[in-house]
Write a protein that binds this ligand. Structure first.
Ligand SMILES: *Cc1c(COP(=O)(O)O)cnc(C)c1O
Length: 472
């Protein structure tokens, strides 16, 4: 028998693997899916051994398929404890929405709703009318609308406003940025059909640079907020007011992609930096602004567009608007988040305690330390493995999500040293805990920052640590 034939005979049967993997229920995946994956893998290995050179067939066939199934099971979207200290973490679903908003969305989505029905007239209604009105009010805009995300908001704006003889969009070279996750301003602009007209240099762009290239082919002036990095030193770019004055001379619109989308002054949330708000940008004369729904706003993934009514109308008339429209769950979450922000404003409460995520930012370091010490005490009472040392230390939390790169907030973290296998191994075990805990490894310590851990999760965090220590 050749080597290939022998390996072929050693491949376990689908039935055997299925019984083995489904026995203890630990995968939590439906039998049909598990069986299908086993069948697919075994078939491709057989084909590789009969038709190919068998190079793609692992020595431990069962082990390799089990690993794949575990990876798939771990890929199930599920809650995790964010102990990274990064408030808006794109890998961890960006900003959490409030439970109040979610309750409303659950009720709406699990049954029928008046999504497109006018309850007064009984006729077809306008989708998301209140969400749009509330968002416009928050931004101090004539009108607002929403699409799938901020990237699609920008594409829609360019598609709708850079048309016909006027396709050129003037933008500073200093703003042709990459925001992460495949968002490169020049590429996004190209997909829209707009023609990029770059002016100035990476660090300095003057008003005259814009002035010089304005022509009958110009569609608009575009500003992109450098939300995820900071330039200092020999830098210059014209203020929004100056750009607006220039654009007015030529009857051109000015659009700003704000991305991070602060709706209130972030300094009021304990940040040392002030992120420009949509309202400030419009007050400075911008005709349209677009912001992400799931960054500083604390809503769901969405692109919020606010500004002049005539332009918002034009966007909504573009057939592409239909392609990018938000569903009822997103619209309900946006509606509730915007209403909660306005509620806070009218009660003169601190600006955004309603947004759960930013409510976290309001916790003092003393509170965080006290919570950390309670967790440490609970772990000590349960007994730590030999050599493990856990203490509460000062740390720095960040806003993240491409917002305020300069801005660190004082925080407190659990610092764990001396775990078996080192800090990386401990981090890996915690990622597989129930619920998964995501920390940050620095040197020989695993750091679990408490600013991004909801107080209601403290007990779960302690339990996850206990379970991981007990298993090691
Ligand atoms: C984050 C960001 C985007 C992308 O927003 P999405 O909602 O993720 O599409 C675009 N522009 C800027 C300036 C950003 O900060």
């Amino acid at each position: 028998m050749t080597d290939q034939q022998q390996r072929l005979r050693q491949i376990p049967s689908v039935d055997r693997l299925q019984r083995e993997f489904l026995q203890d229920g630990s995968l939590g995946l439906p039998r049909a899916l598990v069986t299908e994956i086993i069948r697919r893998e075994i078939e491709s290995m057989r084909a590789d051994l009969t038709g190919g050179d068998g190079a793609g067939v692992p020595d431990d066939v069962a082990g390799s398929i089990r690993e794949q199934l575990h990876a798939l099971s771990a890929a199930r979207i599920q809650p995790v404890i964010n102990a990274t200290g990064v408030l808006i973490h794109t890998n961890l679903g960006r900003s959490p929405v409030t439970l109040a908003a979610l309750e409303r969305a659950t009720a709406v989505a699990s049954g029928y709703s008046n999504l497109e029905l006018d309850l007064i007239t009984g006729k077809r209604g306008h989708r998301g009318a209140l969400a749009e009105e509330a968002l416009a009010c928050l931004c101090g805009a004539e009108a607002a609308t929403v699409v799938n995300n901020c990237a699609s908001a920008l594409v829609l704006i360019l598609r709708a406003l850079a048309v016909g003889e006027r396709r050129e969009v003037i933008i500073s070279r200093g703003e042709l940025v990459e925001i992460g996750g495949g968002f490169r301003v020049p590429e996004i602009m190209e997909t829209s059909g707009a023609i990029l007209r770059e002016v100035g240099t990476t660090n300095r762009t003057h008003l005259d640079d814009y002035r010089r290239v304005i022509s009958p082919a110009t569609a608009m002036l575009l500003k992109v907020h450098r939300s995820n990095f900071h330039m200092t030193g020999f830098v210059e770019s014209p203020a929004m007011e100056e750009l607006v004055a220039l654009a007015r001379e030529h009857a051109l619109p000015v659009v700003e992609d704000l991305g991070s989308g602060a709706m209130v002054d972030t300094r009021a949330l304990g940040a040392s930096e002030s992120e420009p708000t949509a309202a400030q940008c419009l007050a400075a004369g911008a005709d349209l602004v677009c912001v992400s729904g799931d960054k500083l706003f604390g809503g769901p993934q969405a692109g919020i567009i606010a500004g002049r009514r005539a332009l918002i109308r034009a966007l909504k008339r573009d057939p592409f608007f239909r392609v990018l429209r938000c569903d009822k769950i997103v619209l309900t979450l946006l509606q509730e988040t915007a209403l909660a922000c306005l509620e806070a404003r009218s009660e003169e409460k601190p600006p955004l305690p309603d947004v759960a995520m930013l409510g976290l930012a309001a916790a003092s370091c003393d509170e965080l330390r006290a919570r950390g010490e309670r967790i440490v005490a609970a772990l000590a009472a349960a007994g730590l493995p030999a050599g493990v040392k856990i203490e509460v230390t000062a740390s720095e939390a960040r806003f993240g999500g491409g917002t305020m790169p300069q801005c660190a907030m004082p925080s407190m973290a659990l610092s764990v040293r001396g775990a078996a296998g080192g800090a990386e191994a401990l981090a890996a075990r915690l990622r597989r805990a129930e619920p998964p805990v995501i920390g940050h490894v620095g040197g020989d310590a695993l750091s679990l920052d408490l600013r991004t851990v909801f107080p209601r999760q403290d007990e779960m965090l302690a339990r996850a640590l206990k379970a991981v220590f007990a298993g090691s």
